[in-house]
Write a protein that binds this ligand. Sequence first.
Ligand SMILES: *Cc1c(COP(=O)(O)O)cnc(C)c1O
Length: 363
Amino acid sequence: MKWIKEELNRLKEGNLYRSLRALTSPQNKEITINGKKLINFSSNDYLGLAKEFHQECGKWGSGSGASRLVCGNFEIHEKLENKLAKLKKTESALLFPSGYMANVGVISTLAGEGDVIFSDELNHASIIDGCRLSKAKIIVYPHKDVDTLEHLLSRERKNYRRSLIVTDSVFSMDGDIAPLDKLFKLKNEYDSILIIDDAHATGVVGWSSFELFSLIPDETTIIIGTCGKALGTLGAFVCGSSLLREYLINKCRTFIYTTALPPFIACQTLKNLEKVPERMKKLQSNIEFFKNLTGINSQSAIFPFLVEDEKSALTLSRHLYENGFFVPAIRPPTVKKSRLRISITSEHTKEEMEQLYKLLNGD
Ligand SMILES: *Cc1c(COP(=O)(O)O)cnc(C)c1O
């Protein structure tokens, strides 16, 4: 196993080595690591809901006991699914234990040999893995470049049976938003299915990224949201037609062959949803404030602070840490260009955002 040590050493030399840090506090705006209190500008808990715990949900106990299709399907799962479908304006929704599993499962269930998938180059790793698992032809298009995508569709679409266009709505490392109106049009013109990953949009830019474009999902639109980010719990939901839901229940391997989300998590997610509208307003006003303060052009709660290289990302992150702020360095292969990824939440105060900005500028 010498090669493992050698590979790890290579990562260390390239400033690409990763290690875990353990929190001794609950997830919150302020966290404790190694006895040190830090203002947290790194979590996806955009609405500060991860720390919520509703006593009433305790009646469900801790586990689900089986997969949904065996005896792990609870009424509260379906109640949450109905609620989420309404929020995304689709006919139905299906819960998965995580967003990773939802993406991998949905993409590899809907596309196979003889099909084609058009995928934005900055899509999340779980989308990339879903594409690979599907055995379909994968065509990666330049980031948000709808003209090139149209060119590729006109050249390639006819050579394949089914076609999927897949994109993050809010991109997870840059915070920018895909041109969903144009993608929706291309989907219709080229007889394709549009799959939208709303992980960083749900509860941040609205209930759904489609609201930003006044779009209503139709039967060839699928929107995948996650509960682990703004909604503060765990799990994901695939929103689309009832026919799609029925098909996934019968065919999707990451739905069928895995233990259901514990019902107390579904219960807590329903409780958290009640708090979303008010906190989303606060979040959006914080985003506006931070955008004006820093001049970083983001359309979401994610603000990339680009730095020269891996080493400067680590150095700046350490400088912030020593001054009581937690913003980890994001490096290749997660991104091409190293950066600090700042995430703003509804819980941050103006003073905290100002302090962070000063530190970023070397004060
Ligand atoms: C976090 C994330 C996922 C995965 O969701 P999990 O529930 O954490 O597995 C999928 N897509 C995007 C864009 C994400 O940021």
